[in-house]
Design a binder for this molecule. Structure first.
Ligand code: CMP
Length: 137
């Protein structure tokens, strides 16, 4: 079994899509081992996305991710990292395939509804950023 971090971002949360996204997560067979609603500060958002701090879109990204509440989850399944990325679809919603969450709920590259870890090392950092071991028993 593998674990990955998933976020319903502030755009999708504010639009009331969290319930439908969670329903898809259960339909696809993930086990939700951790879940919390958070309203990140800009500093907390910057720390989470620290790998992007030299990118031109970093200021917009941290501003957006601290613009409203989001839903942060730890998903577990066989091959959870790949499986969640497949369900999300391409980073840019206009490139995302039919039936993916970003196609359905994303509106732009920056406002793309959901986040997922991209590799085992990233998942370990991202899960640990938001959840303690005791919260994931
Ligand atoms: P996410 O998968 O959460 O990881 C970093 C985010 O930066 C990405 O989704 C996009 O929403 C956002 N982003 C904004 N601009 C860009 C860009 N030009 N290239 C990649 N990601 C971008």
């Amino acid at each position: 079994m593998e674990r990955t971090l998933a976020i319903v971002k502030p755009d999708a949360f504010a639009a009331g899509h969290a319930g439908r996204i969670l329903a898809r997560i259960y339909q696809e067979g993930f086990n939700v081992v951790g879940m919390k609603k958070l309203f990140l500060s800009e500093k907390q958002a910057a720390g989470f996305y620290h790998v992007h701090e030299s990118k031109p879109f970093f200021d917009d990204l941290k501003g957006f991710m601290s613009s409203g509440p989001c839903l942060v989850m730890v998903l577990e399944s066989d091959g959870a990292i790949r499986k969640w990325r497949d369900l999300m679809g391409a980073t840019n919603p206009s490139d995302a395939g039919a039936g993916t969450l970003r196609k359905e709920f994303g509106t732009s590259l920056g406002r793309n509804a959901v986040h997922g870890s991209d590799a085992p090392e990233t998942a370990a950092f991202e899960v640990g950023y938001f959840f303690s071991g005791l919260e994931l028993l």
